[in-house]
Design a protein around this ligand. Structure first.
Ligand SMILES: *[C@@H]1O[C@H](CO)[C@@H](O)[C@H](O)[C@H]1NC(C)=O
Ligand SMILES: *[C@@H]1O[C@H](CO)[C@@H](O)[C@H](O)[C@H]1NC(C)=O
Ligand SMILES: *[C@@H]1O[C@H](CO)[C@@H](O)[C@H](O)[C@H]1NC(C)=O
Ligand SMILES: *[C@@H]1O[C@H](CO)[C@@H](O)[C@H](O)[C@H]1NC(C)=O
Ligand SMILES: *[C@@H]1O[C@H](CO)[C@@H](O)[C@H](O)[C@H]1NC(C)=O
Ligand SMILES: *[C@@H]1O[C@H](CO)[C@@H](O)[C@H](O)[C@H]1NC(C)=O
Ligand SMILES: *[C@@H]1O[C@H](CO)[C@@H](O)[C@H](O)[C@H]1NC(C)=O
Ligand SMILES: *[C@@H]1O[C@H](CO)[C@@H](O)[C@H](O)[C@H]1NC(C)=O
Length: 818
């Protein structure tokens, strides 16, 4: 007997086999997990008559990811019908186990003995009653009392994965409103939940829905018809009635506490189930042992390409093609590995980014690739255009436009193309034919290879210059910073970066015991002061109020704000943190806030030129805040009151970064605290996550006020609302004279081209869909005249103002209700 290092000699094998057998034999029953008898990694349980197996499995054996699941045991397929830890795979098989915990729940423990998944039953009768987990011949895993396995506390049939086995109910609990969902796997080897699901209508009707992301419905079964014993939009069920010899019984039950559909297979030898497929179709499948495959009896939606967003952003769906998803010209698969697994949700990415109006030496203006015979994507916007050329122009003029289609009327798309479908293989009678879409591509996509290499050289040279310039800039900044004198004497306490930590006493003295109040904002009052050892330097001291952070976190946030330095952002000089007191010391702006200059009764008003520079300065400051400094900071409260003007009337944005200084356990807190009606983006009102685009919206509102020199909303004597942005947008779209929109005090002096540019970009900034709004960087380029933009669509919310629900108007315009 030759034993090399890698092999195990046979006596050891015998011993291992003995231990293994011993372990198996010592179990009470092979279908049960009990206290002290867990299922260890690699082992499995088999239901009494051997139909189903509960065990550990690895759908993708190229990864170290293991799941606990149930699969068929007696047929020649080992399809998995249920997965416990769908989105939390375990990585160490040997030291994981499925066991009954002290409180009676069934838990999956990983190698650190921490629970990965649990049955999570909270109303356990008593932890003294011994519990067991049993895999039944129906494929149902139950948690029940050891002495009476009919007393079930939890069952996998109430928590389907993607497969709905006979005997299970897919329904709605009328008491809690909870619905059961069949959620597809993300990929053929990835059991984590995808966007596609089947569920009973949560609104209470008797129809089943196929949904994408629980929001976009792409198929419905129609209501259950008791008379016909079918769902109204599934007439084929008639043929499957038991009276026609099919081995199934089924029915919809509407009981007091719950409503559900259920079905049974009468013939014990038949193996069948409903499955929510990776590609978003629901299928009824039957196993045909002779053929060794699943036979599909029924599926919906009938057309694969009717599945919502199946091919992801910019993907193209082609019926009957394999694979049915592809990318249009100029695009490539964003995540090829996922695509290979049948998960197309990542969609397609551009090979070359758009130039977006910048007409430079390499490449030139973006161009269009016309794709015929397509079903057009969703979310088209219509634009008034007299010809295909005008339609193309309207698209090219907008940085956010990705495609257009012209058939006598002009449609344009902003952002990703969703549900684009190639219908060339389909006859016109079945909804084929379709339209033509022109997809915007970088000019380089149309040129020959020779051009490309030349452009590469030019690109490298340019890149070299950019790198060099960046290095020089960084070095100079470092040198300048080193040279700049410390703002205050070193006698002050420890400094945080370049910030000075003041004592409360210092600030009391500096502000003459907080005697000269400059104003009050969302976070507290501001006082004028002057640092005693530098009388020439006036400062503004802000006393923070409200729920405050602890010392350590406060210092961390303050030092972040301290690193934000830009000519259009108010400079933080120092802070004080003593006990519960938190104060911030800023540079002082002699000219006060923008609202005073725009709406104040003072005789001094800003000239058009000054206004344009103010608009540009605010945009630059915000652009820096959003991306150019180390951490992206969303201001959350852009309004004229938060824009200060220095002695040369240059704007400086104040109050940024403060939201972070307050105790923030949820964005909801932030929402109620920050933001001012009239400047708030609609997504904020809706309570969804706020991005930098919320600042863009507020900026747009402020820009309108800069142009008009009045508050955006005014109540007319008859009670209706005079909403300036709406007026300006209508003038823009209708081609009216914008000069009438400019503040009467400066009307004669305004540069018409600048007024138009300002109004256009302001209107783009206040689009309802945040994706349609430009970034602050783009706003800067537009105001600088480097980028041309098209006429914006009128935001839907403006249209609503014309026929308003009162609540909306109150909110949007900040007018008091009457
Ligand atoms: C239960 O029985 C099956 C086959 O009968 C076997 O493969 C499995 O290892 C057994 N499980 C345990 C935990 O003994
Ligand atoms: C695991 O991978 C090997 C190739 O590496 C393959 O032959 C085998 O069939 C795979 N097993 C399963 C269960 O996928
Ligand atoms: C148990 O349920 C609670 C609340 O319902 C949930 O927060 C927790 O994540 C669940 N635990 C496991 C292991 O599923
Ligand atoms: C077992 O539990 C079921 C369900 O709770 C109950 O109906 C039945 O009476 C119990 N049987 C015994 C013997 O306790
Ligand atoms: C389904 O029934 C509900 C009432 O239960 C009804 O409001 C709805 O219109 C019906 N849907 C269809 C498609 O008939
Ligand atoms: C899915 O829906 C949620 C909430 O409705 C939303 O936040 C999320 O962005 C949606 N996902 C996608 C990919 O659109
Ligand atoms: C509804 O549920 C409650 C408690 O879960 C139960 O007592 C009652 O019998 C149920 N009613 C029906 C009609 O099923
Ligand atoms: C052009 O397309 C639009 C949008 O798809 C459609 O509503 C309209 O009927 C089409 N017009 C013609 C003339 O085909």
């Amino acid at each position: 007997m030759v034993t090399s290092c890698g092999q195990i000699s046979s006596p050891v094998l015998v011993l291992l086999a003995f231990l293994f057998l011993h372990g198996a034999l010592s179990r009470a029953a092979n279908d049960t997990i009990a206290k002290g008898q867990p299922l260890y990694g690699g082992q499995s349980l088999v239901s009494k008559r051997g139909k189903f197996e509960l065990g550990f499995f690895q759908p993708d054996n190229s990864s170290q990811q293991w799941y606990v699941g149930i699969r068929y045991n007696q047929i020649s397929t080992s399809d998995i019908v249920w997965v416990a830890n769908r989105d939390a795979p375990i990585t160490d098989l040997e030291s994981s186990q499925l066991s009954i915990s002290r409180d009676g729940n069934m838990v999956l423990l990983d190698h650190r003995n921490s629970p990965i998944w649990s049955t999570n039953v909270t109303n356990m009768a008593s932890s003294a009653v011994p519990m067991v987990g049993v895999i039944l011949d129906t494929g149902n895993l139950v948690l029940a009392e050891a002495s009476n396995t009919s007393a079930v506390l939890w069952q996998s049939f109430d928590h389907f994965s993607d497969t709905w086995l006979p005997g299970g109910k897919l329904g709605r609990n009328k008491l809690t409103g909870e619905v059961d969902r069949l959620v597809a796997w993300r990929g053929y080897k990835d059991p984590s939940p995808s966007m596609f699901s089947l569920e009973l209508d949560p609104r209470g009707t008797s129809q089943y829905l196929l949904n994408w992301n629980s929001s976009e419905q792409y198929w419905t079964s129609g209501n259950w018809s008791t008379a016909d014993h079918i769902f109204t939009d599934v007439p084929e069920m008639t043929a499957a009635n038991p009276s026609h010899g099919f081995p199934y019984t089924f029915g919809y039950v509407d009981a007091g506490n719950e409503s559900y559909f259920t079905y049974h297979v009468e013939d014990d030898a038949v193996v069948a189930h409903f499955r929510m497929d990776v590609a978003g179709q629901v299928k009824f499948l039957m196993w045909v042992e002779g053929a060794g495959e699943w036979q599909q009896f029924w599926s919906q939606p009938k057309a694969q390409c009717d599945v919502y967003a199946l091919c992801g952003p910019s993907g193209v769906c082609t019926e009957n093609a394999l694979p049915f998803c592809s990318c249009p010209r100029g695009f490539r698969r964003r995540r090829p590995l996922e695509w290979a697994q049948g998960d197309y949700t990542s969609g397609c990415a551009r090979d070359t980014g758009l130039r977006c109006g910048a007409r430079d030496v390499n490449g030139g203006e973006d161009r269009f690739y016309a794709m015929a015979n397509v079903r057009l994507p969703i979310d088209a916007q219509s634009v008034v255009a007299a010809s295909a050329g005008d339609c193309e122009r309207a698209c090219i003029d907008s940085c956010f436009c990705t495609a257009y289609s012209y058939n006598g009327s002009c449609s344009v798309w902003h952002g990703d193309l969703i549900n684009l479908r190639d219908t060339s293989g389909i006859g016109t009678a079945t909804g084929g034919g379709g339209g033509t879409i022109s997809i915007r591509l970088a000019a380089s996509e149309f040129s020959s290879a020779g051009d490309r290499s030349r452009r590469l050289v030019v690109g490298l040279v340019v890149a070299g210059f950019v790198v060099a310039a960046t290095i020089i800039a960084v070095v100079s900044i470092v040198v300048i910073r080193r040279r700049s004198p410390r703002a205050c004497k070193a006698s002050r306490r420890v400094a945080e970066g370049s910030l000075v930590a003041f004592t409360y006493r210092d600030l009391q003295l500096a502000t003459k015991n907080f005697s000269e109040k400059l104003g009050a904002g969302a976070f507290g009052s501001v006082f004028k002061g002057s640092l005693t050892d530098d009388a020439a330097q006036p400062v503004a001291v802000k006393k923070l109020e409200g729920r405050l952070q602890g010392e350590k976190q406060f210092r961390a946030e303050v030092s972040t704000i301290g690193t934000v330095q830009h000519v259009n952002l108010i400079r933080l000089l120092g802070f004080c943190s003593e006990g519960t007191r938190r104060l911030l010391v800023y540079e002082h702006m002699p000219n006060g806030s923008l609202d005073r200059h725009l709406f104040g009764a003072t005789s001094s008003h800003l000239s058009w030129e000054a206004r344009y520079q103010v608009a540009l300065g605010i945009a630059r400051g915000l652009d820096y805040l959003h991306g150019k400094c180390r951490d992206c900071i969303i201001h959350c409260d852009i309004k004229p009151e938060n824009i200060l003007l220095d002695d040369a009337l240059a704007p400086k944005v104040a109050d940024f970064g403060l939201a972070k200084l307050m105790g923030r356990d949820s964005s909801r807190v932030l929402t109620t605290m920050r933001g001012t009606a009239g400047y708030l983006a609609p997504e904020w009102v809706a309570g969804t996550a706020v991005t930098a685009k919320a600042d863009v919206f507020s900026y747009g509102m402020v820009l309108f006020e800069v142009v008009s020199g009045r508050r955006n909303a005014r109540q007319r004597p008859d009670g209706t609302v005079d909403f300036f942005p709406s007026t300006a947008a209508s003038l823009l779209v209708g081609g009216g004279d914008l000069m009438g929109a400019v503040d009467g005090r400066i009307r004669g002096d305004a540069d018409m081209a600048e007024v138009e540019r300002a109004c256009k970009i302001a209107c783009w900034c206040v689009q309802d869909d945040e994706r349609a709004r430009p970034s602050m960087g783009t706003v800067v380029q537009v105001l600088e005249g480097l980028l041309e933009i098209s006429v914006p669509p009128i935001p839907t919310s403006f249209k609503m103002l014309a026929n308003p629900s009162k609540k909306y108007v109150e909110f949007f315009t900040c007018l008091p209700s009457t």
